[in-house]
Design a protein around this ligand. Structure first.
Ligand code: MOS
Length: 771
């Protein structure tokens, strides 16, 4: 038996033993952990796959509406100042044009409620939207054209003439830092933590590293462009959107237009990738405002350039990591501090210190994120904000320390494996990163790696291996709720205002629900992507699965209780308590007496009911307060660096994960791989170039902004422990974001091992590798 299999067996036994009371404090038993028929974890293909390949899945820009007109945006070309003249006459006279909207005729609107500032706020910044003549960043929309066709709108917008009174702007990171920094806060908490005197411990340490790592701005590049098709009916607004927060969108748009949130109906059945960028940006607000002015339904779809002008991405960071270690490798000091760029009007100081809070034991800690303020487009969440770039710095530094100490970098990490959360003292809910490292090392052939850089050569190619820790927290946001409609034919419809952005959410949740209710998958329909469904569920923070799962569990308990009320004396289940029951073979059965059962159809038929509808809210997310909860991973990379050109080719990659129970082996593997592919982009190519003279993004499109293409991506191997987390609903922690974490460092560490060059500035382009 392998190390992993042994660990899994031990922990599954323990998890099952504790699960009945312990997936969260004060909860009732979740029989799902103890009772399985094989659907959970099965590699089931996405149920929406056929719809997508047939073009039947309708995306935001594909909803037809009678009398619809098309929008195009005009973007400012200066970073800061006032609009002096805005000549729209030629645009208005152009063929097909219905409306040109500027700050002079836009209706009065409140600013976008800033994401994370309130429960359902979804806005990328809280600046006024086309309410005055002010320009706040280079690329800000200053006019919107509506026309009968997209081509007419695009042509007309080219006829708008603008003159600015330009004002001085802060458009370079260096200038922003020179003006001073302020402390960063994330989710209401300061991004600052000191335990002991880390600088003193560093100075006195037997071994130390102390280096600065920098990462650039990144843009969101979901394959589906940001789009919305919307219409007013009186004061009611319907928006077919590309959204990772339909309830958030509905509430936020209601705030902006001064109507009740029930008057806004947001649908978003399919989303072509979100990654943190499919939130509320001003194209939504402008399209809705223009629709109101014109009295016509509007479709807006940003061009790829438009996404770069309007939708924020990941900000740039400058991070110091310093580690002081004893002779045996144990950390006396862990310092991770630095500066990120932000605007004055968003709240996303890239929280790069999050991994250092929980990943390693150390005698002292000094963690701090400071913010420098620029006049640019707001930055925002982007897959594993904080962890993706924070692990680049932290995990590179650990590799540097291991090299300096002539120690295997995996061994160094294992020597600093914490017993409990090193900065809060909370117990870990489940942490099997050492097993993940050991299994990964064995599979990847880590023992073939030379400790000496530059030792392996194949012609002009220097070949090296590197590894790094991946980590992402378990979150579950409050607000989860679900409705189950059970019909007499034994079919269950489950509704949650959740999102399917291509991750496989609907498929995995259909599996879980079918398992919970004891139904075959084709008797379960999971409905999502509509703000009129129950729940305030964000597809973000890798927490959607847990949020849905806990809500569906609550609804299932309610359903069982209601069914029992229908079971009269004639029912074999009469007198049972709902906690004793499980769903099995299309009905209810006693957990400890499977022979005692009755089908849903029989229960409903006897009660003369065609259907039973229940709705319930998820319990508050207390589990993450009691335990330190994180997904873990060990990333292994092999690269080939050309000695002549400096070109880096990733030749092999393995992700070995510990994320709790895996709900669907196929869609989870796809999430891991997708995260790793995005991580290869972060490591080797992604970089938003800003003209520092005027704050203009210069590479606003796929021709100039490079993301990995097929030829850049080797076969990616993924394995996982599948050890259930006894304290997470369904035993599952998130898998959406962890895949990108650790990849930047695994690549950088492999490059160092290949050629002896330590690159501390992402991306690792060839100019940094040729002498
Ligand atoms: Mo993710 S950055 O929380 O969509």
């Amino acid at each position: 038996m392998s190390i992993i299999q042994e660990a899994v067996q031990a922990v599954v036994k323990k998890a099952i033993a504790v699960a009945p009371d312990a997936w969260m404090p004060g909860s009732k038993p979740d029989p799902l952990l103890a009772h399985r028929t094989g659907l959970i974890g099965a590699p089931i293909s996405r149920l929406d796959g056929p719809l997508k390949v047939q073009g039947q899945a309708r995306f935001a820009a594909e909803f037809p509406m009678e009398g619809m007109v098309y929008a195009a945006l005009v973007y400012s070309t200066v970073p800061r100042g006032r609009i002096v003249t805005l000549d729209t006459r030629a645009a208005q006279a152009a063929s097909g044009v219905v409306l040109v909207m500027t700050h002079e005729n836009a209706p009065r609107m409140k600013p976008m409620p800033l994401f994370m500032s309130k429960d359902k706020a979804a806005g990328g910044d809280d600046l006024p939207v086309m309410q005055d003549d002010r320009v706040h960043w280079n690329g800000q929309p200053i006019a919107l054209v509506l026309a009968q066709t997209q081509e007419q709108a695009d042509h007309a917008k080219s006829l708008v003439r603008v003159a600015y009174d330009t004002e001085p702007a802060t458009t370079s990171f260096a200038a922003a830092k020179a003006k001073g920094t302020k402390p960063g806060t994330f989710q209401g908490e300061p991004l600052k933590l000191e335990i002991g005197d880390a600088e003193e411990a560093l100075a006195g340490a037997a071994h130390r590293v102390d280096a600065v790592y920098t990462t650039p701005r990144h843009n969101h590049n979901a394959i589906e462009l940001h789009a919305a098709t919307l219409a007013w009916n009186g004061d009611d607004l319907v928006i077919h959107d590309a959204s990772q927060g339909v309830a958030h969108m509905a509430w936020s748009m209601a705030e902006i237009f001064g109507i009740d949130e029930k008057q806004v109906h947001v649908t978003s059945p399919y989303v072509g990738g979100g990654f943190g960028g499919k939130t509320l940006w001003r194209h939504h607000v402008l399209a809705a405002a223009a629709s109101r002015l014109a009295g016509r339904p509007v479709r807006i779809m940003l061009t790829r350039e438009g996404v770069y002008r309007v939708v924020g991405g990941r900000t740039n960071t400058e991070q110091r990591v310093a580690i002081g270690a004893q002779a045996d490798g144990r950390f006396d000091a862990l310092i991770h501090t630095g500066v990120v760029a932000m605007t004055a009007h968003n709240n996303m100081p890239e929280p790069f210190i999050l991994p250092a809070r929980s990943a390693y034991a150390a005698g002292s800690f000094k963690l701090d994120v400071e913010v420098a303020t620029l006049d640019t487009l707001a930055n925002t969440f982007m897959r594993a904000p904080g962890e993706s770039v924070g692990t680049f710095a932290l995990e590179s530094a650990i590799d540097e320390l291991a090299h300096a100490m002539k120690m295997d970098p995996i061994e160094l990490r294992i020597r600093n494996e914490p017993e409990q959360d090193p900065t809060t003292g909370a117990p870990f809910s489940s942490r099997h990163i050492v097993e993940a490292y050991r299994a990964g090392a064995e599979r990847f052939g880590w023992n073939r790696r030379s400790m000496v850089p530059g030792a392996r050569r194949e012609g002009e190619w220097l070949v090296g291996m590197g590894c790094a820790t991946a980590t992402y927290p378990y979150y579950r946001m409050p607000g989860g709720a679900a409705r189950i409609t059970l019909t007499r034919d034994g079919h269950a419809k489950v509704e949650v205002a959740a999102h399917e952005m291509g991750m496989g959410t609907a498929t995995a949740q259909t599996q879980v629900t079918a398992e919970r209710l004891g139904l075959p998958m084709d008797k379960v329909t999971f409905c999502h992507g509509d703000s009129r469904m129950p729940g305030v569920v964000l597809a973000g923070g890798s927490q959607q699965s847990a949020a849905i799962g806990s809500a569906v569990r609550a609804a299932q308990q309610e359903l069982f209780a209601e069914l029992l009320k229908l079971c009269g004396k004639e029912s074999p289940l009469h007198g049972s308590k709902s906690g004793e029951l499980v769903g099995r073979d299309g009905g209810l059965a006693k957990l400890d007496d499977p022979g005692c059962s009755e089908s849903y159809a029989a229960i409903l038929a006897r009660a003369d009911r065609d259907e039973l509808i229940v709705e319930a809210s998820a319990p508050p997310p207390l589990e993450a307060q009691h335990w330190s909860m994180h997904s873990h991973g060990a990333m292994f990379c092999e690269v080939r660096v050309s000695e002549i050109t400096g070109e880096t080719r990733v030749s092999r990659f393995l992700g070995s994960f510990d994320c709790g129970r895996i709900l669907n082996a196929k869609t989870a593997a796809s999430q891991f791989r997708g995260g790793i592919v995005m991580g290869l982009g972060l490591a080797l190519m992604e970089e938003t170039h800003v003209d520092e003279r005027n704050g203009r993004i210069m590479n606003a499109g796929f021709a100039d902004y490079h993301v990995p293409v097929h030829m850049d991506v080797p076969e990616i191997d993924v394995i996982w422990t599948d050890i259930p987390d006894p304290h997470a609903p369904m035993g599952a922690r998130g898998v959406g974001e962890i895949g990108i974490t650790g990849v930047g460092a695994a690549v950088a560490n492999a490059v160092f091992n290949a050629c002896g060059k330590r690159v501390r500035t992402l991306p690792i382009t060839l100019d940094k590798l040729v002498d």
